[in-house]
Ligand binder design. Sequence first.
Ligand SMILES: *Cc1c(COP(=O)(O)O)cnc(C)c1O
Length: 368
Amino acid sequence: MDKQITVTSPLLPDLDEFHDLLKDIWKSKWITNNGSFHRQLEKELADYLKVPYISLFTNGTLPLITALQALRITGEVITTPYSFVATTHALWWNGCKPVFVDVDPSTCNLDPAKIEAAITPKTTAIMPVHCYGKPCDTKGIQEVADKYGLKVIYDAAHAFGVEVNGESILTAGDMSTLSFHATKVYDTIEGGAMVMHDEKTKQRIDYLKNFGFAGEITVVAPGINSKMDEVRSAFGLLNLRQVDDAIARRREVAVKYREALKDLPGVTYFEDMPGVRHNYSYFPIFIDAEKFGRTRDQLYEDMKANNILGRRYFYPLISEFSTYRNLPSAGKENLPIANRLADTVLCLPMHHELSPSDIDRVVSVILP
Ligand SMILES: *Cc1c(COP(=O)(O)O)cnc(C)c1O
């Protein structure tokens, strides 16, 4: 059996360099609570991502939960069913009711033209996702939000480093959140962050991620504990130095896949969008079984039989999970496009270490 090709592979720093930073941590004995590596990583990430303020978190789910808490979001929140389940779980943890709206097939992102019909007097916010790192129609979404006085919180877990016309996608809306999980383009093993527009909000978020402590004996809100520690901050500092190379390697993989799958009946994939700096976080293909001759699940099994692990991101839809499927907006008739995408998508292996022969192996299972 050929070696296993996984859908992703974590970005890992050089072990000797990491060891040097660990020695500094051991010497200082300051291992968490806004230490020097934490502060340095916040500064370097703000520069790299071209954002005004950023707050580090221990994963990518807690900043979503905390953003909703900080903005005092209640009632109904409009969101996409075509995402990782954490997006909607964050609403559940805040006692908000998710209202699913269908997506635009050209991006897999929330379709602004369909949002208005889902707004009720209880709607307070919109929570879109830049799925696969493809930018949402942020202008279209903001227009609806402004018209109805809604907040916008972007789940930007996939959108590390994505820019539109030289500007970070992370400055759209009221807040954006990132995930630095091992499976993402940039990782700190587990980790995440929130991006905000002003210093006052950053201060409030920094309190909320530390139990609400505003001083040694002052607690201003029922915050949670979601601070990133020094070990993972150091890991993140080293990974930041190699993330551009990793994205360049991913781009080469995307170019090779597109070249190999061009003109193949029944297989579609995304091209780059004009003016966008993509991060190539995923390479989804969509299967039209009739034209392709195999269903998506048959291809998935064929790959598995060849020791190649694709992933059906995002299948099933969030709206199909037991927690959410009885919501009025979860019905398949309300979400035809998202359902079609979920039934036909397969994410091919995509990471910085795929070799040309790995890519050939993946392609040869797809080709007839
Ligand atoms: C990965 C991911 C998250 C959650 O991030 P964690 O760091 O795993 O908590 C949230 N939303 C989306 C869309 C994701 O892909």
